[in-house]
Each structure stands twice: as C-alpha cells, then as structure tokens.
Design a protein around this ligand. Structure first.
Ligand code: ADE
Length: 232
C-alpha cells in the first residue's frame, strides 16, 4: 500500500514513522510519505491560507494550494485524482472513522490523506479534490495531523505482517471474528492482585470453555448500558 500524507507539519510524523508496526510495514514494501503543502504553493512567501469570505475568525487553507500540491506529487489533473486513488480529507464534520472504514481503507492500494489546519480547508477541497471527508470523532482538533496518525495507525496495523503476530488483529475489538463487538478482557500475572483474582476459567486449560467465556464477555460489552435508574 502507498500512503501519502499532505500536511504543513511533516516533521510531526517522525515519531509515528519510527513505530514498530510502521517500520514492519515499510520493510514489507509498503510506502508512507509526508508531503509539505507549503513546498509547492503557487503563492508568494510560502502562503497557504487566506481569510474566510464572509468574515469571521481564523484562516482557511486555499483550494489552489491543495490543487498545486496534488499536481506536483502525482503529475495528474488533481480533479481526476479521486478516480485513481482514495483521497481522504480529515475534518471534524466528516464521516466518522470506525473499524469498517479502517478495513475498507486498508484494502486500497493507495491512499492520500489531507491534513487541514486553522479553520480547515476551503470547502471546494472536500467537494472536488477529495473522495472522502473523515472525522476521527465529534470534537475539534487543532488540525488534521493527529487524525491522520489515527487513520494511518488503524489502517497500517491491518496490513498483513505489520503487527508481527497476526492473531492479534484477527480477534481484536470490532473484528468479524468477534461479530463486531469489543474485545474480551485480558489478564496476566499476578493471579491475585490485592484480592482481585483472575477468572478461574482462564486457568482451566479447557480451550473450548475459554473461547466460550471470551465470546460471552465480548457480547456483554457490546450490549448497550441500561438507562440510568433502570431496574435489574
Ligand atoms: N481536524 C480537526 N478536528 C478533526 C477531527 N475531529 N477529525 C478529523 N480531522 C480533524
């Protein structure tokens, strides 16, 4: 898979790129690059943003700046790029990122992530240059960089070989193996911690019972909490 992240702060991703599952993926031939939006701006003095039409606080990243960055990177008409690769703009108002979307993106051969800053992108970036607008949650971050790291992390750990221990990805929270439910609880030593002991079934050596117990705990976690004050 080839992932390109367009950002005003490529250096922020240095730490991310050094994480084990990411280095594993890169060693397997996957690619992860960071493209500085400022490097190709057609405006003077590295300008990338402008004041919003209609007035109001903050600055907006210009659509022509994003267009120029995409053209410089891919050498194609940016308006046609979405037909060739998934182009995801990160913004708080977008489609909520979840496990099915992570799975969907992990199956793509190529992914472009656009990180907004300040008040975000000119809406025409969402409408004409991106195939998707994605939010990592209903809150406002100072920019799309952390959101892009979240998306990259969730996607990269799904690439075969990235984790180095494949079962972890197979039976983790929200996976098909767990019928989309959150993962069951895990325990390790000590068996007794301040009187809080580990469920006996996990020490039974009976794999079928362990499997059933885990499945049931997972299903339990998927059930919505009863409304406050409800009986039973
Ligand atoms: N940019 C700012 N807030 C964001 C969010 N919640 N998700 C994605 N991108 C963002």
């Amino acid at each position: 898979m080839n992932i390109d992240v367009f950002t005003l702060f490529p250096a922020w991703f240095d730490w991310f790129k050094s994480q084990r599952h990411v280095t594993n993926a890169l060693e397997l031939g996957h690619e992860l690059s960071f493209v500085d939006l400022r490097a190709s701006t057609p405006l003077k003095a590295g300008q990338v943003d402008d004041t919003p039409y209609g007035g109001g606080a903050g600055m907006v990243i210009r659509v022509d700046v994003v267009e120029a960055a995409l053209r410089a990177r891919y050498d194609v008409e940016p308006l046609e790029l979405c037909g060739q690769r998934r182009v995801v703009a990160l913004a708080p108002g977008g489609r909520q990122f979840d496990e099915p979307l992570a799975q969907e993106l992990a199956a793509e051969p190529a992914l472009t992530l656009l990180c907004g800053r300040y008040e975000g992108f000119d809406e025409r970036v969402h409408d004409h240059l991106a195939s998707d607008v994605v939010s990592i949650g209903p809150y406002v971050l100072s920019g799309g960089e952390l959101a892009a790291m979240v998306v990259c992390d969730a996607v990269i750990r799904k690439l075969p070989g990235a984790l180095g221990h494949e079962e972890s990805a197979l039976e983790e929270s929200f996976s098909d193996a767990l019928e989309g439910a959150p993962e069951y609880p895990h325990y390790t030593r000590p068996f007794d911690w301040h009187g809080h002991t580990v469920p006996e079934v996990l020490l039974s050596g009976d794999h079928a019972r362990v499997r059933e117990w885990r499945r049931e705990r997972s299903r339990e976690r998927a059930r919505p909490d009863p409304p406050a004050g409800a009986a039973g």
